[in-house]
Design a protein around this ligand. Sequence first.
Ligand SMILES: [Zn+2]
Length: 395
Amino acid sequence: MIDHRKLGRELDLFHSDPLAGAGLPIWLPAGAAARHAVEEYVRELERRAGYQHVYSPPLAKRQLFELSGHLPHFADDMFPIMRVSADDEFALRPALCPYHALVFRSRGRSYRDLPLRIAELGGMYRAERSGVLGGLSRVRSIWLNDAHNFCALDQAGEEIAAILEMIRRAHAALGVRPAGFRLSLRGTGGKYVDNPPMWDRAEAVLRDVLRAQGVSYVEAADEAAFYGPKIDVQVVDAAGREMTLSTVQLDFHQPERFDLSYVDSGGMRRRPVIVHRSIVGSMERLFAYLIEVHEGAFPMWYAPVQLEILPVGDVAVDGFFRAAVEAGLRAQVAAEGSLGSRVRDAAHRRVPYAAVIGAREAADGRVSLRLRDGRALDAMPAPEALELLVSDARP
Ligand SMILES: [Zn+2]
């Protein structure tokens, strides 16, 4: 069976070291190159959709998480408090929202600022039990593609609809095949904020959007965030386990806790709502899924190495290599060993293209491209080959 942990080792994508600890994967150069390409794509998608990116620290004073509600409702999933001195205690953050609420609060806001879309691909930490950790799918250090859209309640439906559209677009580019949509609702017990009218209102907004978009979905009780219901986009891994990748959540609770407000067009002070959303989920869970669904053969645009250049005999390939790198391609030269073994090795590492350059090709400035599925293209002029590769490297 396909297992991202095994493929991750074979393809040198990531590494888990017992000295660092379980659930704390290290992204090796090949995995990091693929992740970087995906991060760039997502940031650009967000930038074009009117998001503004921020950076915030992975820890904060405990008071921040008391105010946000994480310590009262979510402490079981958090690492223990770090005590520097009696009045100086810190927590590793289990979510980014509290910092983004501080971004909203960092100056006065008016209705003209809304929707204010604050995005960050940031680190957060969950105290998962060591027994459940494995590869990239369950980790303690999580890098989440996150954003919080602060808006007026009557803007929330349109905002959520636009987010669902972004999710569809990103999934198509990445090769994600969603298994279904889930409306995740509250359960009973102290885990959830006790405010039934608030939950009813938020649920109604999410249901309206799903209905208006004609999305079929299942409902699941006891799967909401502690502060509000959510629309989850589910995927199924190679072992048949269902998990949430993308999510959109509607929150009336944290705006209240942080006393967030803006001035409306009539000069009245109003409370915004927060739409929490992740287009592609955490980098760890996303790649656990992508490695399996593509069997390591990522689409060209986020393949760790996109082009392997294979010189035959004593030919100079430096010019072509430099031109490929200049054109933005992740290229490398493999000169050692027989041509057959190098072609096989590149295919085994799922490199999308190998460029074979022998004495004849070198003499008339041509290259022969081979694809990882075994197909070989006729020799073509080097600039033409680069053009083809560059266009294939677009998401
Ligand atoms: Zn959030």
